[in-house]
Design a protein around this ligand. Structure first.
Ligand SMILES: Nc1nc2c(c(=O)[nH]1)N[C@H]1C(S)=C(S)[C@@H](COP(=O)(O)O)O[C@H]1N2
Ligand SMILES: [Mo]
Length: 431
């Protein structure tokens, strides 16, 4: 199907996504998944597909037809692979993450609920309360006026990135490698705002709230409300951001205001930020408790049933790397190849980068850049020579400045978090 033929449905969604959704799926509300294709929606979908859908009565509500299942239905996103569209979750193929700074159109999307309908910067307010001397209510204008505005390249990676490779599998979004990005975020330091509010000595943990709605539509429930220990919150690299790559934040990435807490699971970086409360206990908001964003305290064999009290909260993300060029599966008619990508570590820096073209028997040192600023991903490159035609894989391995390297196998855990095994791509050298 050509781009041209896809236009009708993207247009349809771009104008009024909620109405488009109601028409396409016949849902009265976002929470109602029982709709079916009908009338105008069916017609629009038929036009977009270039052919009528024969068994449309069987087509489950909330699904996007596979032929249209790229993020072209999300205005401003390009080439992402949609894993789920209610809530919207979309990852970026590795070769589309080749840029130094991830373009807005290629930044993955991980929603736990329904984004707010009103994301206007004008009138947006965030509160800071709890164990503070002076509770604050700040507009974006206040933030810009009262605090130093800084721009930083910061990696956001979902805690579940790489889950698709778990065996036995883990439930949740089946992210492969693309739930990670490094955009340039502009905003004010979270630490400066907390200092202005006056952090009291009882405050040990933050609690973050956003304006999104729980999938059930129940306003009393939150889709996600996480927090971090006060020591991590005071790290000067955390931002309350109102800008992305020199422009506005994309609606699906938390417009008009979000937290960026780099190095820790993406879930700590609350989107559509409305409130930060300082608490005198570990925050117990939505997806802070039970087994959410937690792993067993000790290594377990794949498939082990671990009691919930043996889980602990994930803090820093592990060292990891991506091969962003060439694309996986490339066929080459020559024996040499330039390989490149990025590497990052949730705690500190990447100090060494290696690649292998012989399944890890030997490793070649890659050329590795320093990060543009703390928590920016580091770019690397290497040139490989293949001895003769045939099938090869390129494996990439980063080592952090604590001497910890990416492992060959997955550190299996029940919920499928923190998979940092080598990124591999296939290369065939032809005669
Ligand atoms: N309000 C709100 N913030 C949120 C989420 C959410 O569902 N609601 N998802 C979190 C998760 S799990 C991740 S990985 C990151 C993803 O950020 P992105 O969608 O901008 O890529 O946002 C986090 N912030
Ligand atoms: Mo996430």
């Amino acid at each position: 199907m050509s781009e041209q033929e896809k236009t009708p449905i993207s247009d349809f969604y771009a104008k009024d996504p909620i109405k488009a959704d109601q028409q396409v799926f016949g849902r009265k509300s976002h929470a109602d998944r029982r709709g079916f294709l009908r009338g105008a929606g069916l017609a629009a979908l038929g036009a977009a597909l270039g052919s009528g859908m024969v068994f449309h009565r069987n087509f489950p509500a909330g699904l996007i037809p596979q032929a249209l299942a790229d993020a072209s239905v999300v205005p401003g996103k390009d080439g992402l692979v949609i894993l789920n569209d209610r809530p919207m979750n979309a990852e970026t193929p590795a070769h589309l993450l080749d840029d130094t700074i991830t373009p807005i159109s290629r930044h993955f999307i991980r929603n736990n609920g329904i984004p707010p309908q009103d994301m206007a910067a004008h009138g947006w307010e965030m509160r800071v309360d709890g164990f503070v001397d002076r509770p604050l209510a700040l507009s974006i204008t206040d933030l810009r006026r009262d605090f130093e505005v800084v721009s930083r390249q910061l990696v956001i990676e979902c805690g579940g990135n790489g889950r698709a490779f778990f065996d036995p599998g883990a439930s949740g979004n089946q992210w492969t490698v693309g739930a990670v990005a490094c955009a340039e975020w502009t905003g004010v330091r979270l630490a400066d705002v907390l200092k202005a509010a006056g952090v009291q000595k009882e405050a040990i943990y933050t609690a973050h709230e956003g304006a999104d709605m729980h999938l059930s539509g129940d306003r009393a429930k939150r889709p996600l409300s996480r927090g971090v220990p006060i020591e991590k919150a005071m790290d000067p690299n955390n931002l309350i951001a109102f800008g992305m790559n020199g422009g506005d934040i994309h609606p699906m990435n938390g417009a008009p205001l979000r937290l960026v807490v780099p190095g820790w699971p993406g879930s700590c970086s609350q989107k559509w930020l409305t409130r930060i409360t300082l608490r005198d206990q570990v925050h117990d908001g939505a997806k802070m408790t039970g087994t959410s964003y937690r792993i067993p305290r000790y290594p377990v064999a794949p498939g082990t049933d671990v009691p919930v009290e043996d889980f602990e909260i994930i803090e820093a993300m592990p060292v990891k790397s991506l091969i962003t060029h060439p694309v996986d599966g490339i066929k080459l008619s020559r024996s040499s190849l330039e390989v490149r990508g990025h590497a990052w570590a949730g705690n500190g820096k990447v100090s060494k980068m290696h690649v292998s073209h012989d399944f890890g028997a030997t490793w070649q040192r890659a050329d590795l850049d320093e990060p543009a600023n703390p928590f920016a991903w580091q770019h690397w490159r290497a040139s490989l020579t293949f001895p003769k035609p045939g099938y090869y894989e390129i494996w990439a391995k980063a080592t952090d400045d604590h001497g910890v390297s990416q492992p060959f196998t997955i550190g299996w855990n029940p919920k499928g978090y923190l998979n940092n095994f080598y990124h591999r791509i296939a290369v065939t050298v032809t005669e």
